[in-house]
Ligand binder design. Structure first.
Ligand code: C2E
Ligand code: MG
Ligand code: MG
Length: 720
């Protein structure tokens, strides 16, 4: 920090002189801060220290080392160079910002001319608030030019003073020696150096006597005599007062650095000379590079970010327009990334994203681009494709490419993608539309079952919206008591009596009417809402069974469907047991229907749960039998009671092939000592064939559709 004794006060005590709002307002009014959002501004105002100065007190002196800038909340200060006031800084203005980029000596002395209150912003604070804000950084860079220009003005004024006063030891000399800029003069015709200030000699690494032997163009890597001649033309012609250009200067040892040069022709000298004021901007170039990376690349994966993807797509589209070609956008989302991320720590999650990025980069063809769109989302732009089918083939290839697991710190992680595809010119003409549509198609691919791809079509948006609304309403449906159980009777084919029922859920949506279970059960499974809903179904069905039995109806079986999600809960067994006790039913009367997908998830855990349920006395039925992929091997290891022959086999039963399957299922059930029940019986013929094959029970529209409670009660009574 500057070596002057300063009265530093805590911002809290400054409240008497400047309110927090005032501080925030002062910061906001400043060019380099106006890009910061409100929260950051408030935080900055809180973080930075307040400084109070009395009139005449010096904040820092020219040459002091500094690493902070100042904002004037009230009061006025003089900027002095070589003991002369060269500028004034008033309330709301700022100074010292250059040391934030490159810590170094102060280029001027700052003295309070009235009582002052300042905010000090240190390099650390500045960087933490600005590093990710390229616009603000650019604004700071702009002040570099301003400062060099100021030096030049001072210099010229000094020259005029020198002439007027004819003093040998002049202010000019002081400025030349003390400024943090390089300053040199050279001959108008030969371009030979006349004088270089100490800073210039230090930066270039020459002694003065060596340097004056050089021509100006010899210190530039990228300028020759001709180019310099061209640059100074407007000065010679009197068209411009100064020219500003960027160049690369070469030190004596050959190393290079970026500079910004402000060049003037001073005609008050005889013969006239060129004066160059030079700012070393290599630090700034570095920041610019960083800003550029921040603006166009994702820092985690180093892949192009959203912005660069959009720009690239835009140019791919203009090329395609000229060449009559197609462009495809593939929008990729990692399936279940949240779940993967939650099962590891965030560091591992980051490593995974990085690996996925590397693999995607490896996969992406030379002529295409892949970038990270955000989170677990990536976008591939396939330019110059001839047919839409090429994009689909690429998507299939990509899914295949990711079939092998990714190893992250010893864990094998399987990655699947949902991919949405949109095309130019079929789906849109501009980057925004195409990316948006590919994103929509990706959502759709997720809904369709993940690890797949979908082409965009205009109905998707509507369907997705529909699903979203449904999802939102589903969350309130339970407490608003919008669910209802329907019951479908089950007939014993030997005795021709109704001995049981299957409970089937319905949702009475206030606007949409009755929503069938297949439209909302998958949604409820996704959000895990199926767990409380399933509990409600179980309780309601058991209670209903008890009510019927209490009415004297001889029904002794109630089937309840369980989803895979419910089966994963650890409390399933205790919930079932509690319900049986609370509703006072015989456990043998409850039959839980599971599908083959439940078995596929985690066989060992499922077997153990089924055994526990069976030991309570509860019956287990395998629903939709024959539609899953699982092997028949499990039939003798599982404590099953019933096989439910799926409707698809019943439908074709009058055909020879259909009958063969139904026959096989029934024989299988017999072999394993299980009851066989056929679902979806709609005709007498179907019923008779099944009876002749030895099927035990039937369920279907022929007997009755699923009915609301009251209708079912009536049916049961009439049947009785
Ligand atoms: P599921 O368990 O296989 O139920 C049989 C489905 O076939 C029912 O459809 C029923 O209405 C229908 N059905 C019965 N007889 C006939 C017929 O003769 N012809 C035709 N065309 N269809 C018939 P629903 O009620 O729409 O239920 C569909 C699926 O939703 C059920 O298939 C079950 O997997 C699931 N589901 C229903 N309620 C629940 C529940 O409370 N919890 C869970 N997890 N899933 C349920
Ligand atoms: Mg069922
Ligand atoms: Mg079924």
């Amino acid at each position: 920090m500057d070596s002057f004794p300063l009265f530093r006060i805590n911002l809290k005590t400054m409240k008497t002189t400047a309110s927090h709002t005032q501080k925030v307002d002062s910061l906001r009014s400043i060019e380099i801060f106006k890009f910061l959002d409100e929260t950051t501004l408030k935080k900055l105002a809180n973080d930075c220290e307040g400084i109070s100065l009395n009139s005449g007190e010096i904040l820092f002196e020219e040459g002091n080392h500094g690493e902070s800038m100042f904002v004037i909340l009230s009061g006025e200060l003089d900027v002095e160079k070589a003991n002369t006031v060269i500028a004034k800084r008033k309330t709301g203005e700022y100074f010292g910002e250059m040391t934030l980029i490159e810590s170094g000596p102060r280029s001027a002395t700052i003295k309070a001319v009235a009582e002052c209150y300042l905010l000090e912003i240190t390099k650390g604070q500045f960087h933490s608030h600005f590093e990710t804000n390229p616009e603000a950084l650019m604004a700071v860079l702009k002040t570099v030019s301003e400062r060099a220009k100021q030096d030049l003005d001072v210099l010229e004024k000094g020259m005029k003073d020198l002439e007027a006063q004819e003093r040998k030891t002049s202010r000019l000399q002081d400025i030349l020696n003390d400024t943090s800029n390089e300053i040199y003069t050279f001959d108008v015709s030969s371009f030979k150096f006349i004088h270089l200030n100490p800073r210039a000699l230090k930066n270039l690494g020459y002694e003065l006597k060596e340097a004056v032997e050089l021509n100006a163009h010899e210190i530039f890597e990228d300028l020759n005599q001709e180019k310099i001649e061209h640059l100074v033309e407007p000065l010679r012609a009197g068209e411009k007062e100064q020219v500003v250009f960027n160049a690369i200067q070469k030190r004596k040892n050959g190393s290079l650095y970026d500079v910004e040069v402000h060049l003037k022709l001073i005609t008050t000298e005889t013969p006239p000379i060129f004066v160059g004021i030079v700012q070393d901007i290599s630090e700034i170039r570095k920041i610019e590079g960083k800003v550029n990376r921040l603006t166009f690349y994702d820092p985690l994966t180093n892949l192009p970010n959203k912005k660069l993807l959009q720009e690239n797509l835009s140019s791919a589209l203009s090329r395609a327009k000229q060449g009559n070609l197609s462009v495809a956008v593939l929008f990729l989302g990692i399936d279940e990334f949240q779940a993967i991320n939650n099962s590891f720590d965030h560091y591992t999650g980051d490593l995974l994203i990085k690996s996925v990025a590397q693999l995607l980069n490896k996969w992406t063809p030379q002529t295409s681009m892949v970038g990270r769109y955000g989170g677990d989302e990536f976008v591939v732009i396939l330019s110059n494709i001839n047919f839409e089918t090429e994009a689909a083939a690429a998507a299939r290839n990509l899914l295949k490419f990711f079939e092998t697991p990714i190893n992250i710190e010893g864990h094998d992680i399987y990655i699947n993608f949902s991919i949405g595809i949109s095309y130019y010119p079929l789906d849109g003409y501009d980057p925004e539309t195409l990316i948006k549509q590919a994103d929509t198609a990706k959502h759709f691919a997720k809904l369709k079952g993940k690890n797949t791809y979908c082409h965009y079509n205009s109905d998707m948006q509507f369907e997705i919206k529909n699903k979203l609304f449904l999802d939102r309403d589903l969350r309130q449906a339970l407490e608003r008591e919008e669910f209802e159980l329907y019951y479908q009777p089950k007939l014993d084919l030997k005795s021709e009596t109704i001995t049981g029922a299957e409970a089937l859920i319905r949702w009475n949506h206030p606007q949409r009417g009755l929503v069938p279970p297949l439209d909302f059960i998958p949604l409820a499974e996704k959000s895990n809402l199926i767990v409380p809903i399933g509990e409600w179904v179980l309780r309601t069905a058991c209670r209903q069974l008890k009510t019927w039995q209490d009415m004297g109806i001889p029904i002794h079986n109630m089937a309840v469907n369980l989803s895979a999600q419910q089966f994963k809960q650890s409390e399933l067994i205790s919930i079932v047991a509690d319900t049986i006790i609370k509703e006072k039913i015989y456990p043998e009367c409850l039959e839980l229907e599971i599908t083959e997908t439940v078995l596929m998830e985690n066989m060992e855990a499922v077997v153990s749960k089924l055994k526990q349920l069976s030991s309570i006395g509860v019956k287990i039925a395998l629903d939709d039998f024959g539609t899953g992929y699982s092997s028949l091997g499990y039939l003798n290891t599982l404590p099953l009671n019933t096989l439910k022959i799926d409707r698809t086999f019943v439908k074709d039963i009058s055909l020879e092939e259909g009958a063969v399957i139904a026959n096989a299922v029934i024989s299988l059930a017999k072999a394993f000592n299980l009851k066989a029940i056929a679902e979806g019986i709609e005709t007498e013929e179907q019923k008779e064939v099944l009876r002749s094959l030895g099927c035990d029970m039937m369920q279907g529209y022929l007997l009755s559709k699923p009915l609301p409670e009251q209708d079912m009660t009536q049916l049961l009574f009439s049947h009785k």
